[in-house]
Design a protein. Structure first.
Length: 172
């Protein structure tokens, strides 16, 4: 294998591992508010995907985190200060873009939540909402919880859940 192929394999392996770390960060912060989740992903991507030229003449690139660690250990803080500024700049641009995205898509998220609450409406609201389906089989509303059931329907539901055969199901 020549040098170019080895470097390409190394970058492919590094890219796959970094992508796995990015997905792990997404899953780790799945419980969090969107801005926190996206910020965590931007932070991980900034740390792992920022390239840095080791040799300016040949433009040999390496991950900036490696350069940051190894140059920092061998030459100290003054040698890595420009790299730190570049990484912070890239991170700030990512955070600003995330903020703008979260702000512009905030209304869409509220519309979805209002739709979820409206789906649990009363049967009369459901029939008004499904008015354009008149004459079709799915016109009648189906309650998704015990709150919309009549007393008889609730009792039958409880009998079914307990494993008993409902009285209405027994035929002569």
């Amino acid at each position: 294998m020549n040098q170019l192929t080895t470097i390409q394999y190394a970058w492919a392996i590094y890219f796959a591992g970094s992508l796995g770390c990015t997905i792990a960060a997404w899953w780790m912060f799945l419980w969090a508010w969107r801005f926190v989740r996206y910020s965590a992903v931007v932070t991980v991507m900034t740390i792992l995907f920022t390239p840095y030229a080791i040799d300016a003449q040949t433009m040999t690139m390496a991950p900036a985190i490696y350069t940051l660690v190894f140059e920092g250990m061998s030459q100290g803080l003054p040698a890595i200060l420009p790299l730190i500024k570049v990484m912070i700049g890239i991170w700030l641009i990512g955070i600003i873009l995330v903020s703008v995205f979260v702000i512009f898509t905030r209304k869409a998220g509220e519309d979805k939540s209002s739709r979820k609450t409206s789906s649990r409406s009363t049967p009369t609201q459901n029939s008004r909402r499904l008015g354009h389906h008149e004459g079709r089989r799915h016109e009648s509303s189906v309650a998704r919880s015990s709150r919309g059931l009549s007393k008889d329907e609730y009792e039958a539901r409880e009998e079914l859940l307990k494993g008993e055969i409902p009285i209405r199901a027994i035929r002569d």
